[in-house]
Every structure is written in C-alpha cells, then in structure tokens.
Design a protein around this ligand. Structure first.
Ligand SMILES: *[C@@H]1O[C@H](CO)[C@@H](O)[C@H](O)[C@H]1NC(C)=O
Ligand SMILES: *[C@@H]1O[C@H](CO)[C@@H](O)[C@H](O)[C@H]1NC(C)=O
Ligand SMILES: *[C@@H]1O[C@H](CO)[C@@H](O)[C@H](O)[C@H]1NC(C)=O
Ligand SMILES: *[C@@H]1O[C@H](CO)[C@@H](O)[C@H](O)[C@H]1NC(C)=O
Ligand SMILES: *[C@@H]1O[C@H](CO)[C@@H](O)[C@H](O)[C@H]1NC(C)=O
Ligand SMILES: *[C@@H]1O[C@H](CO)[C@@H](O)[C@H](O)[C@H]1NC(C)=O
Ligand SMILES: *[C@@H]1O[C@H](CO)[C@@H](O)[C@H](O)[C@H]1NC(C)=O
Ligand SMILES: *[C@@H]1O[C@H](CO)[C@@H](O)[C@H](O)[C@H]1NC(C)=O
Ligand SMILES: *[C@@H]1O[C@H](CO)[C@@H](O)[C@H](O)[C@H]1NC(C)=O
Ligand SMILES: *[C@@H]1O[C@H](CO)[C@@H](O)[C@H](O)[C@H]1NC(C)=O
Length: 884
C-alpha cells in the first residue's frame, strides 16, 4: 500500500502524496445497519412487547412503493468535475444495489421489511433506508412518505427521482435526525423549509452534475445556506457536494460545535472560508475541493483537534503552512493540490505518522523531501513528486533528489508502495529501486528520458499492476507483458519505440500503444473488454478483425477507437455497429478500401469520425440509406475517392452542429476519466492531428465544441448543399480539391462561428456572396482556383485576406487581387441558388436523435490546447480559436 513519484527538477517544485482508502463510516448509531437483510434491527432485538407495524404505516409505505418504478439507474456517465482523486469515494458502484421495496410483502409486518425500521413500542416507522433501491420517478409533494411523521432517519441516496425538486414537505418530518438524499437525481432549488429540521444531525444532499452541461443539478440559495447553518445546531455531517451555492460560507458555520464531517466540494463557493472552522474540536473531515474561487488561509492548529482528512485542492487557499500543522496528530489525508500556498514546508509535517496521502503539488511551497523523512511516514501508501513548482532558489542538494539513485541508498527503509507517480522527473534509466517494489498497483514513469529496454525483473515484480503509464520515453525493445499480469486494466505506453505482443487480459479497459513500433496483424480478441483502444502510428497491417467489436454476447464497451496511421487494409467491419457507445472513430491514414459506412449513423454517440487518407470510394449520400449524424462534431473524409453530389438538404439531421453554441463553454469536456485502483480517477487524454487553417494541428483534447467538416481531396461534384448554413456552430469547413460547381451558397453567412473556410480548387462560379462579410471570426479563407467572378465583397473582414485567398479566379476584381472592378459589375443583383430554394419553400427541420449533443463522457474543466507545427502551444479559451 505505498507509492512514490518524483518530479521535474527544472519545473521547480515537488510534492508528495499518499493515499488512503477512505473508509466510509457506517452511521450505525443513526440508522439500522441491516444492510440488505430483511430484518429491522429494532424489531428483533426487543423480544418482549413487540408491537407490530400500525396499519396506517403499512398503508403509507405501500402507497409510497406504488409511486415508483423499479429500474436500475445508470450512473455510469455521471462523473465528477474535479480532476484526479478529488472525489473518489462517492461512487454508486461501491454500494450494493437492488430494488428493496420489491420484496415488501403486504402480509408481513412492515417492521420486518427490508429497509424499514420501527419503534417497537409505538409501531411507528422511524427509519427508512432505501439507498440504492432502484426507485425511479419523481418524488412528489403529495408523496405518502410525508405521512410517516415518526420518521427520524431517511436514506434515499443513489436513486433516480427524475430531476424532480426536493419537496418542501420534508420540513414536516420534524423528528428527522438523519436525511440523506445524495446522488438521487433531484434538481432545482433546495427548499428553504429544510432549515426547519432543527434536529438534524446529518444532512447529505450531495449531487451529480447535469450530464449534458456539467452544471449543478441542485442549487442552494445564499440566504437558505445561512439559515440552514444557523438553525441546524446539532449537525455532525453536512455534505453538500456539487450543490451550487455560489456564495460565501457563513461565519456561523464555525458555531456548529458538533460538526465532524464537512463536505462542500464543487459548490462554487466564493469569498473567504471562515478560518475558525478548522479548529472545531470534533471536526474530522473537511473537504472543500474544487471551489475554484474560494480563498482562505490555515489557522494555527491546536493539539486538541481531531482532523483526519483535509482536502482543499483546487481552491485559492493561500499563505504559509503553519508549523503547528504538526499538531494534527490524527491526520491521514492532506490534499492541497493546486492552491496558492507559499513558503517553506514545515518540517513538522514529517512527524504526522498517520499520514497516508499527502499532495502539496502545484503550489509555491519550498521544501526538503529527504529520503529519511519519507521513512517516518510508515503508513505512506501514495506519494507523488510531480511537476511541482519551486519558487525561488532550489537548494542544490534537492536538485538531484529526483534522481532515484538517492533513494536507492535508502532502499531498505522504503515502504512498499502501491502507487508510484514519477512523471516528468528527468529519469534516464529504469529505476533500480523498483526491484523491491513488488506491491505496485500503479506505476507512472511518463515523460522521462528512459532510453533503455524494460528490464526483465520488472515483469516479475509488476504482476499486481493495474495501471501502467510509460508514455513519452524512449523505451525500445519488446513490450510483451507476461500472462501473469491478470489484473492490469490501463496500459499507456504511447510515444516510445516498443514492439511486442499484446495479450488478452480480462480486465483491460484502456490500451494505448500509439506511436510505437508494433507490427503484424491485430489479434481477433483484442477488443473484448476495452473501452479505449489506441493503436495510432504503428505498423499494423492486415484487415481489422470484426471480432474485436463483439464482447461476448453483449455489446462492446468501446468508446474510443483509433487505428490511424497504420497499414490496415480491407473494409470497415460492420460489427462496429455493436459499439453502441462509440464516441470517437479514427481510421485515418490506412489503406482501407470500402464504400461509405452509412451504418455508422446508428451510433448515436459518435462524435468524431475520421476516414482521412484511405481508399474509400463512392457516394456519401444515398436516397434511402443516408440519415445524417445527430451527434457528430468532427468529420474528416478527406483524401479518398469519394464521389457523387450531395443534395441541398444533406446536412439535415446533423443535430449537434446545428445547435447554436450557448456561449457558456466553461464546461468543456474530454474523453472519460477512468477509475483505477478502486478510488483513483485518471482522465484519458486523447490527441489527434487535424488540418486546420491550412496547417496540421494536434488536437490534444477532443472537445465537443470543435465542430469541423473536411471533405477535401475527393471527387464530389454538384452544388455545395445550402443546408450547410444550418450548422451554426461549425468552426472549420474544408471542401477544397473537389469538383463542386455552382455558386457559393449565401447561407454561409449563417456560419457565425466559422474560423476557417477552404473552398479552393473546385469549379465554383458566380460572385462571392456579400454574406461572407458577416463571418467575423473568419481567420483563414481560401477561395483560390475556382471560376468566381465580380467584385470581392468589401468589408473590413474580407479586406484582411491577401491575394492568395482569391488567386486563380481570373474574373474576380477588388483591392485584394489588384484588379479594379468595372462599375456595371457591382450593380447586378445577385441571387444565389439557395435563396431561390428558400423561395421555393424549402423548410428546415432538425430531427435530433439519441443523445444530446456531443457530450463526451467524463468531465474535467480544462483548456483546449493545440500544438502547431513548431511545437508551439496555442490555447483555446472558451469558444473557438481566439484572436487572430
Ligand atoms: C427474511 O428473514 C427471514 C429470517 O431471518 C428469512 O428466513 C427470510 O428468508 C428472509 N427473507 C428475505 C426475502 O430475505
Ligand atoms: C432517470 O429516470 C429518467 C426517466 O424518469 C431517465 O430518463 C433517466 O435516464 C434516468 N437516469 C438515470 C441516471 O438512470
Ligand atoms: C445511506 O446510503 C449510502 C449509500 O448506499 C450509504 O453509504 C450510507 O451508509 C447509508 N446511510 C445509512 C445511515 O445507512
Ligand atoms: C399526487 O400528485 C400528482 C400530480 O402532481 C397526481 O397525479 C397524483 O395522483 C397525486 N397522488 C396522490 C396520492 O394524491
Ligand atoms: C428555524 O426553525 C424553526 C422551526 O424549527 C422555524 O420556525 C424557523 O423559521 C427556522 N429559522 C430559519 C432561519 O429558517
Ligand atoms: C546532479 O547529477 C548530475 C548528473 O549525475 C551531476 O553532474 C551533478 O553534479 C549533480 N548535482 C548535484 C548538486 O549533486
Ligand atoms: C526504433 O527501433 C527500431 C528497431 O526496432 C530501430 O530501427 C529504429 O531506429 C528505432 N527508432 C528510433 C526513433 O529510435
Ligand atoms: C454484432 O454485429 C454483427 C453484425 O456485424 C451482428 O451479427 C451481431 O449480432 C452483433 N452482436 C451484437 C451483440 O450486437
Ligand atoms: C471533375 O469532373 C471532370 C468532368 O466534369 C472530370 O474530367 C474530372 O476528372 C473530375 N475531377 C475529379 C478530381 O474528379
Ligand atoms: C449581417 O448580419 C446582420 C445582423 O447581424 C444582418 O442584419 C445583415 O443582414 C447581415 N448581412 C448579410 C449580408 O447577411
């Protein structure tokens, strides 16, 4: 249960982190812990005077049962918006789940029903634990639940109340001491009446985020937050994780003297966090992570405190770490990642012998992390020293600490780590000290400079590995994991020079061996359990085996498939249709020879489709087979032999691109986070190259807002479909090097987000529509080598483009091409074909199918980064490529 990781000496700081498996405590003292037995604890323990359930209570419970359907909720797509390990312990999978109420039998005493607890003297129902019980449907204000006035404890967590609001009627259950409605798909404002529940000792209203846009489902008004804190003076547990509060934390929180656990992660809290809260004597857990604007400082800690878990990561907490941090004798978890802490790391921190998880990364803390101090932390389970930022002078003795040799001399004292994160540490050899680390579950040696082969002993010690990250080194030789590795689930060895044989592993979910030297055909069973398969940039050949897209008798779990830049031949296996969750399909740069796979249209989550540079042929439209793509955001069919014309309504049913961007893109998303080692989340970072604005760019995180169409270098003819103007969120359009004829549709004027437009090398004629002047984001325009005529529209926008954008159109005139226009020319009114069409009554109808737009699963707030050819980074903040 140990781990270490080292980091980059150049990039200025380091950090440690240790991780404890959080034992979620059972609230036995509050609620029957009868788990899923059908027994009511109270009912059996009292042998004399057993009063059975009162008829009105039975009736109310049965009515309550009748209010819901029993359907297992699918929380699989609901992740947390906090990166990495911030919120590992709320996960539906971790709890037993079955429809308890289904087993309630009318004939039996209701006090014996699963999840029901009674007061044996009064026969009244006092406890209801229906957590994880598959309830589906709204909880209405007239629900029979509110007839059970004796209720003291309610647990309805992990059900699906279908976005209904939390009924204010809860306030009528005035005896409640425990109320848990967490992760149950409630939405809207938390009723202010909740603060009438003055006896509450435990309140958990934590929530998932909205799946579509990663906003909070639940809101708590500032005034109600204050009331709640003021009125519920008995609170021990206050958990409002991911409830949007958007206000400051009331000072009176520090008056809750019974408080033991405070969880306010991702609440959009503002202002300054009341410092006194840290010194509440009974407080054990304080988690305010991912409140990106919350400020605060740490107090001097008293020896009398009880703190075990302090998580302030991703906030603006600042100042120094007090030396009195050494008073936190019980502390096991300290996560201060990405805050603004400064100054020296107090050496007292090495005395915290219960510490299991320490993360100080991405602050400005200067510290000494000497090997012998690590030896003090006997319970260390998880340690990272990654990409930290030292400010000021780094002591020279520290610079080489990241060289693992230093640790080797202390090897015997080193704990056996379970996880070692040693990314970007300038390590040049495969670390020798790993030889004794035979308990490793996760190893990260990414972005180092290891040029060697993977030593043979590694395959012996690493057999417990679940997660292996070796990407971005110069590893060569064979990567052939022995069959012993039965539990491996996540392998990323991208960007090395490895070869080898890939085996079948039962639990393998992510396999990224992109940009290596693997060759041969891919084995038929490869796909079986995979969710992500990235073979980009190897030398695989042969056909793509259709077996890899069936997973036993069930549907494949594949969400991302990248086979690009290999030498695959043959056709696209139709069995891909089994990958109903597929979001990204990249088959670019192979030798695939096939017609357009119309059947991909049935993949309702498909967002990225790349068939670039293959030998595809034939039409991409068919009067019967073609339906459109509801979720697609990026399509690249360029450099193939596609042909034929596209009807004017071709882009009908391209739901996502038709949806206007909502201007609020703070909720950018990229491919999923993976839960590894039971409680650690790692986002999968997918990168893909694209041609944009005339040059190749690396799209580092696929964001659903990057809407692009590339049909260039094919043999399309006929008119450009005017319905293209409906794709309001399109950012990049490339139709160059085809045989398109006709005029440029004036509907292009609706493409308000368009940044890059290439129609060059076609046979377009007529005038450039004035509407193009309205495209204010346009940065790249290429209309060259067509047969366009007349005056280039005069506008400040189009004036910024040079001659090269228009050359090869001898009959164009205007300042850009240094050819004066004749007067008469400008006066001929121009009517484009699609205007004629709209006059003929062509109406647009969007049919949105399946899922909402492009919501790649897994949410992490971040920036889109492009790497251009020079390796320079360009940031994309919010919508589209900013600036010019
Ligand atoms: C309920 O408990 C009784 C006795 O403990 C047991 O015999 C019975 O099988 C249980 N019923 C269910 C549905 O679990
Ligand atoms: C909750 O139920 C609604 C129908 O009421 C359904 O559309 C939705 O998918 C369910 N959510 C989950 C997480 O299962
Ligand atoms: C309520 O349900 C959750 C989820 O199953 C569980 O973690 C918690 O312990 C339950 N609370 C009680 C008091 O049973
Ligand atoms: C509760 O209200 C809903 C409408 O909001 C209604 O359809 C339902 O019949 C009511 N149930 C009872 C038990 O009154
Ligand atoms: C506090 O609770 C009492 C009832 O228990 C209620 O009358 C009062 O309005 C509540 N105060 C606030 C500020 O909500
Ligand atoms: C760090 O290591 C390098 C390479 O082994 C060595 O040249 C240098 O002297 C060392 N620096 C210190 C401060 O020990
Ligand atoms: C990769 O390995 C092969 C031998 O397997 C070798 O020929 C080639 O030069 C290596 N490439 C690089 C970039 O090191
Ligand atoms: C997978 O696709 C094939 C068609 O290629 C089909 O015959 C088979 O039934 C599909 N399997 C599943 C589980 O959908
Ligand atoms: C374009 O069409 C002409 C005939 O109209 C044909 O000769 C030519 O080969 C076509 N070009 C391409 C790239 O398909
Ligand atoms: C340009 O946009 C403005 C509104 O933003 C509109 O009034 C005008 O008609 C548009 N011009 C053209 C040529 O489409």
């Amino acid at each position: 249960m140990k781990s270490i990781s080292y980091q980059n000496p150049h990039s200025l700081m380091f950090h440690l982190m240790l991780l404890l498996i959080l034992l979620v405590s059972c609230f036995c003292s509050y609620v029957s812990c009868s788990s899923h037995s059908n027994v009511s604890t109270t009912a059996i323990t009292s042998s004399s005077l057993i009063t059975s359930c009162l008829p009105d209570q039975t009736a109310a419970l049965l009515q309550f049962k009748g209010e819901f359907a029993f359907i297992k909720p699918n929380f699989g797509s609901y992740y947390f918006n906090c990166p990495r390990s911030a919120d590992p312990y709320y996960h539906a999978d971790d709890y037993e789940s079955y429809p308890k109420m289904k087993f309630w039998e009318k004939e039996k005493d209701c006090c014996s029903w699963d999840g029901v607890a009674c007061n044996t003297e009064t026969g009244k129902v006092v406890g209801l634990d229906l957590a994880n019980s598959w309830l589906e449907g709204p909880l209405r204000s007239n629900s029979s639940l509110f007839k059970l006035h004796g209720l003291q404890r309610i647990n309805l967590s992990f059900n699906n109340f279908s976005f209904s609001i939390i009924p204010s009627e809860f306030a009528q259950l005035s005896r409640l001491t425990y109320l848990n409605l967490s992760f149950s798909m409630f939405s809207g404002h938390i009723p202010s009446e909740i603060s009438f529940l003055t006896h509450l000792a435990s309140l958990d209203l934590s929530s998932f985020l909205n799946y579509d846009d990663a906003t909070s489902l639940l809101h708590l008004r500032k005034v109600d937050f204050a009331k709640l804190v003021q009125n519920m003076t008995n609170l021990r547990y206050l958990h409002l994780h991911q409830v949007n509060i958007s206000s400051s934390v009331p000072e009176s929180l520090a008056n809750l003297s019974s408080l033991t656990s405070l969880v306010l992660g991702g609440c959009s809290l503002l202002g300054n966090f009341p410092q006194n809260v840290f010194n509440l004597h009974k407080l054990e857990v304080i988690r305010v992570t991912c409140n990106y604007l919350l400020t605060g400082t740490l107090p001097e800690f008293q020896p009398s405190n009880s703190l075990t878990d302090v998580s302030l990561d991703y906030t603006k907490f600042s100042g120094k770490l007090p030396n009195s941090i050494g008073n936190l004798n019980s502390l096991s978890l300290l996560v201060l990642r990405e805050c603004n802490f400064v100054g020296p790391l107090p050496s007292s921190i090495w005395n915290l012998s219960h510490l299991t998880h320490l993360d100080l990364s991405l602050n400005h803390i200067i510290g000494h992390v000497l090997p012998y101090t690590l030896g003090n932390l006997v319970k260390l389970t998880f340690l990272t020293l990654q990409s930290c930022q030292f400010s000021g002078e780094v002591p020279s003795s520290l610079r080489n600490l990241t060289r693992l040799e230093v640790l080797t001399t202390t090897t015997s004292e080193l704990p056996k780590f379970q996880s070692l994160f040693l990314g970007s540490c300038n390590i040049s050899e495969f670390p020798e000290f790993l030889k004794t680390q035979d308990q490793l579950k996760a190893l990260d040696l990414t972005r180092n400079k290891i040029e060697s082969e993977i030593p043979k002993w590694f395959w012996v010690i690493g057999r417990h590995l679940e997660v292996l990250f070796l990407y971005g080194n110069k590893l060569h030789g064979s990567f052939t994991i022995p069959p012993l590795f039965t539990s491996i689930s996540y392998i990323s060895i991208s960007q090395n020079n490895l070869t080898g044989i890939i085996r079948k592993w039962t639990y393998l979910k992510v396999l990224d061996i992109s940009k290596n030297n693997f060759s041969g055909t891919i084995p038929r069973w490869l796909g079986s359990s995979l969710e992500i398969l990235n073979l980009q940039g190897n030398n695989f050949n042969g056909s793509i085996p259709h077996e890899i897209f069936t997973y036993g008798s069930t549907h494949s779990m594949m969400r991302m498939l990248d086979l690009s830049h290999n030498q695959f031949q043959g056709r696209v296996p139709q069995s891909l249709i089994n990958c109903t969750q597929l979001q990204v399909l990249n088959l670019g740069h192979n030798q695939i020879s096939d017609t357009f796979p119309f059947w991909l249209q049935s993949l309702s989550e498909l967002q990225v489709l790349v068939l670039r540079s293959n030998k595809f042929f034939g039409p991409i439209w068919h009067p019967i087979m073609y339906l459109g793509f509801a979720s697609l955001g990026t399509i690249d069919l360029s450099i193939n032999h596609f042909s034929g014309s596209l009807p004017s309504d071709y882009f009908r049913n391209w739901g996502c691109m038709s949806k206007a961007p909502d201007g609020n893109n703070s909720d950018m998303k990229y491919l999923g986070q993976y839960k590894v080692m039971s409680n650690y989340y790692i986002p999968y970072r997918y990168s893909m190259s694209m041609i944009n604005k005339g040059s190749e760019m690396e799209l580092r995180k696929i964001l659903t807002i990057f809407m692009s169409i590339d049909l260039s270098n094919n043999r399309f003819d006929g008119d450009i479909p005017s319905s293209i103007g409906k794709l309001q969120s399109l950012i990049m359009l490339n139709l160059s090097s085809n045989n398109f004829t006709g005029t440029i549709p004036s509907s292009f004027g609706n493409l308000r987000e368009l940044e890059s437009l290439d129609l060059s090398k076609n046979k377009l004629f007529g005038r450039i529509p004035q509407q193009l002047a309205n495209l204010t984001f346009l940065e790249y325009l290429n209309l060259s080598h067509n047969q366009l005529t007349g005056q280039i529209p005069q506008s400040t926008q189009l004036d910024t483009f040079s001659k090269s954008s228009f050359e090869g159109n001898p009959r164009l005139c205007g300042s850009q091409v240094s050819k004066k226009c004749e007067n008469t020319d400008t006066q001929i009114p121009f009517l484009s074909r699609d205007e004629e069409e709209s006059e003929n009554g062509f109406t647009w109808k969007v049919v949105v199918m399946g899922y909402g737009c492009g919501f790649v699963v897994g949410l992490v707030i971040g920036h889109l980064t492009f790497v251009n050819k020079d390796g320079k980074l360009e940031n994309m903040d919010g919508k589209g490529l900013a600036g010019k």
